[in-house]
Design a protein around this ligand. Structure first.
Ligand SMILES: [Mn+2]
Length: 355
């Protein structure tokens, strides 16, 4: 397991690299050029600049999250070929600086959805929260406004420029079924995966967050059965997964530890976090500790250990604790605590194996 830490870039993250350096066992930064709109090729000079910044602190930049996919690709419009060309160019440039894994997702319109970014918990900490009933009663425009006003910094997947056209986007998705989305994903993969293979970059799709339809939009990366189907669309190791325990875990029917064992040779990036799911479909993000949520982090780590996982892993999100001013879900403190929990399990399992 190679521990990495998401960092949103110079001037775009509250956390200095000096502080990330002090978290035990973090070897690399998970990064992206968040200001480049989806569909445009990333400039090589900008990529190299991030590499220089990271290398100064001894971090590698092996993992990129995310190179976002233009909506026209997801919609299967004729203009998609131009955006796929740009995507290929970005892959080639990332290969030039030694990037190994690209995380991306194929969710229509929204990267992820929550109804409350700072929901207070009983201990006074706050965390990202999803309230089912609120989603059914909220106009997506309202939610976008709320998120934009409360997130402190621009959130990936919720860029104001793109979401200005929300009404239009929703109209474009009218009549687009899950089967259509599968077809559009396959079209994309058939163009991209040979390029990724040639450059030794593993493509790692992130599951849908949450793993069910929101605002009536189609969603497909939601379950074990659907992940199996995904892996067969292009049956190549370079067509792989970012297995996110918190996203998949928001549906209690998903057994993430079982998925780790089933898909181990295709998991290139592990997102590890816990959520507490309620019977009415609501869920809140919790600490990493197994007993704080409904996702069995301990079982999941045991599964990764049993399959000799050598890929990259990061604590996915954290709560907001100790009055930290931070991006929702991306404070330093709770993610650092999460890392220590993950290392604690991992080291104990290593010791057990040696004995
Ligand atoms: Mn994730």
């Amino acid at each position: 397991m190679r521990m990495v830490f998401r960092w949103f870039g110079e001037g775009n993250d509250f956390i200095p690299l000096e502080h990330i350096k002090q978290v035990p066992g973090v070897e690399g930064l998970v990064w992206a050029l968040h200001d480049i709109p989806a569909g445009e090729a990333w400039p090589l000079e900008r990529i190299k600049e991030v590499k220089r910044q990271a290398n100064q602190y001894g971090f590698h930049i092996d993992v990129v999250e995310s190179v976002n996919i233009h909506e026209d690709i997801k919609l299967g419009l004729p203009s998609r070929d131009r955006y796929i060309e740009n995507y290929i160019q970005t892959i080639e440039r990332l290969a030039e600086v030694g990037v190994k894994v690209i995380c991306y997702n194929f969710m229509p319109v929204f990267d992820w959805t929550r109804t409350d970014l700072f929901k207070e918990m009983s201990d006074g900490s706050t965390a990202l929260f999803f309230e089912n009933a609120k989603i059914s009663n909220t106009d997506p425009m309202e939610l976008v406004k709320e998120i934009a006003e409360n997130s402190h910094l621009t959130m990936p997947g919720w860029e104001p420029e793109r979401l200005k056209h929300l009404t239009n986007l929703f109209r474009q998705y009218e009549g687009v079924t899950e089967e259509d989305l599968w077809n559009h994903l396959q079209y994309f993969l058939e163009k991209i995966i040979p390029v990724a293979r040639k450059h030794d970059i593993k493509m790692a799709i992130h599951p849908d967050d949450p793993p069910f339809s929101v605002f009536g939009l189609p969603r497909i990366m939601t379950s074990k059965k659907n992940i199996e189907r995904f892996l067969k669309l292009v049956d190549d190791r370079y067509n792989g997964l970012t297995l996110c325990s918190g996203s998949l875990g928001a549906n209690l029917e998903n057994n993430v530890a079982d998925m780790v064992r089933s898909f181990s040779d295709r998991i290139h990036f592990a997102h590890i976090r816990n959520v507490k799911t309620f019977e009415n479909g609501d869920f809140i993000e919790t600490s990493h500790r197994s007993e704080d949520g409904t996702v069995h982090i301990l079982d999941i780590m045991k599964a990764y250990h049993d399959v000799d996982f050598t890929g990259y892993a990061r604590p996915d999100h954290g709560r907001h604790i100790w009055d930290e001013k931070c991006r929702p879900g991306y404070g330093l403190y709770d993610r650092a605590l999460g890392i220590m929990y993950l290392w604690g399990i991992w080291d104990a399992l290593n010791k057990e194996k040696e004995a």
